[in-house]
Design a protein around this ligand. Structure first.
Ligand code: SAM
Length: 365
């Protein structure tokens, strides 16, 4: 087997007939060489380790209607599944700027797109927060882009890798940063914030009815939370006779981890900034689509698109969110919570600085 840089390395030995941990799943993590094994994983409705199944691809393409020669921003490149389809549709002549905060995954995805035959120069990797969209568009010398996509949240590669610390199901360092080149880890964040703030976060981001009890239990272990398992155990200790295997407890753990991840990465602040700047980065008639997996995200997108429509910045917006098809929901449970909204930029003149500020105010009002 080979590592990320293509060097030959001995495969890890594992006990039993099937690999269990992320590091042992060498076949799934090398899909080109083990196509048959990866097909079996997909047929079970699972996502092969180290990859990501793009959600609502058909619906995104229908909303964006990509055409040859168009300039695209994929604000959340991830594994590059949406980007690859968009690139194929805008070639020849088109270009895609792929943003991602994740400096571990971005080069892998760039290599994957090159291996898929995307010509050099058509794909432009951007290691930046999508909140910097306006700056990147301006620095690229563009008057605006034709198509915009954001598929919010984290990828399966990030969740599956125990070293990233996103999942309560995998023991690893309590990190949760999408960008490991900077910022505060979940461990440092939880050591810093008080019980009251954590309670507010669990209520606001997870709608957690036991927020006060969980915040108390986690605060009692503050400073001693080094791993995902430490945090999971602290959360469980808020309940009488909890069981890690109880599906209700697993839902609580998933929601609490997600609520903390949102804060560690400042996800809502980045989204607010993006939504405020988006109209100024779109050409007249340009189309934008945003896929959300959290009600806090969807509320923001709906409000921004609606206020943009009222202000004449958008010519039309989705009245209702588009959901994944029944087949997709059956085959990929992650898609069940997806909500896709789209907007079409009006022909009113492109707005810059002062106007962008006004649009920001409209949105935050
Ligand atoms: C759900 S995945 C995208 C999957 C992708 N559409 C695909 O088809 O593979 C979200 C990705 O967006 C990145 N991301 C999330 N928030 C971001 C932000 N504010 N700026 C840049 N990238 C972000 C994450 O690191 C992750 O790789």
């Amino acid at each position: 087997m080979s590592d990320d840089a293509g060097r030959h390395v001995r495969r890890k030995r594992y006990r039993g007939n099937h690999p269990r941990s992320f590091s042992e799943k060498y076949k799934e993590r090398n899909p080109e060489a083990y196509r048959g094994d990866v097909e079996k994983v997909l047929a079970r409705g699972d996502t092969p380790a180290g990859s990501h199944r793009s959600i609502c691809v058909k619906e995104v393409l229908e909303a964006l209607c990509p055409k040859p020669g168009e300039i695209v921003v994929d604000a959340t490149l991830g594994y590059g599944g949406h980007a690859r389809e968009l690139l194929r549709a805008v070639l020849p002549g088109g270009r895609l700027f792929g943003f991602d905060l994740d400096s571990d995954e971005l080069p892998r995805t760039a290599r994957r797109l090159a291996d898929a035959g995307i010509p050099e120069g058509a794909f432009v990797p951007v290691h930046a927060n999508f909140s910097r969209l306006a700056e990147v568009v301006e620095d690229a010398g563009l008057a605006g882009v034709d198509l915009f996509l954001a598929d919010l949240g984290v990828s399966s590669m990030q969740i599956d890798d125990p070293d990233r610390g996103f999942s309560f199901k995998r023991r690893g360092p309590l990190d949760m940063r999408m960008d490991r080149e900077g910022g505060e880890s979940a461990r440092d964040y939880l050591a810093r914030i008080g019980e009251g703030a954590l309670c507010d976060i669990l209520k606001a981001n997870a709608d957690e009815s036991a927020a006060a009890e969980i915040a108390r239990a986690v605060s009692l272990r503050r400073g001693a939370l080094a791993t995902t398992r430490d945090l999971a155990e602290a959360i469980l200790s808020a309940f009488p006779s909890p069981s890690f295997k109880d599906p209700a407890m697993q839902r609580t753990l998933r929601r609490a981890f997600q609520a903390i991840r949102i804060e560690v990465n400042g996800e809502f602040a980045s989204l607010d900034r993006l939504l405020a700047d988006l109209p100024s980065c779109l050409k007249a008639g340009a189309r934008a689509a945003i896929l959300c997996f959290h009600s806090g995200e969807d509320r923001r997108v709906e409000a921004a698109f609606r206020s943009g429509l009222e202000a004449g910045l958008y010519a039309s917006v989705a009245q209702e969110p588009i959901r994944a098809s029944r087949e997709e929901q059956y085959g990929n449970p992650r898609s069940t919570s997806a909500k896709l909204r789209w907007a079409v930029r009006s022909a009113s003149p492109a707005i810059r600085s002062a106007d962008a500020e006004r649009s920001r105010n409209i949105h935050s009002a």
